[in-house]
Design a protein around this ligand. Structure first.
Ligand code: THU
Length: 135
């Protein structure tokens, strides 16, 4: 599925960085932004959204995914992640599992305030993901 559209990672990374500006992260002060590319070329952005009840924080990756699914998109090619760090960071385990429900073969790219950019497939980051329909 991830090859259905040409993936313009530069634009996707820019969109992710832009989305981080909307992060509601007054507790962690760690503003994450994401840009999720659907198989037919739409982009849905996300940012982390925290809460006074700390455990209710939602990661930027899942915000983008849930936004997309709520708009009817279920096939995804790639997600770009921006974190305000010196080195790129990989998505948390919960987000890997949620992304794998829809797009186990998608590409994940991570950029940051430093020059390095990392790229993985989701299958590399979450081998043997749990799936109910595999039973
Ligand atoms: N966070 C994300 O948005 N994505 C990740 O992959 C890891 C962590 C957020 C959650 C929380 O708001 C803040 O970063 C600090 O953990």
């Amino acid at each position: 599925m991830r090859n259905c559209v040409e993936i313009d990672f530069q634009s996707l990374a820019l969109a992710a960085r832009g989305a981080s500006k909307n992060a509601y992260c007054k507790f962690s002060k760690f503003a994450v932004g994401t840009a999720l590319l659907t198989a037919n070329g739409r982009i849905f952005t996300g940012c982390n959204i925290e809460n006074s009840s700390y455990g209710l924080a939602m990661c930027a990756e899942r915000v983008a995914l849930y936004h997309a699914v709520a708009e009817g998109a279920t096939k995804f090619a790639a997600i770009a992640i921006y974190t305000p760090t010196d080195a790129p960071t990989a998505p948390c385990g919960a987000c890997r599992q949620v992304l794998a429900e829809f797009a186990p073969e998608m590409t994940i790219q991570s950029s940051c305030d430093g020059e390095d950019v990392m790229q993985w497939t989701l299958a590399e980051l979450l081998p043997a993901a749990f799936r109910l329909d595999d039973r």
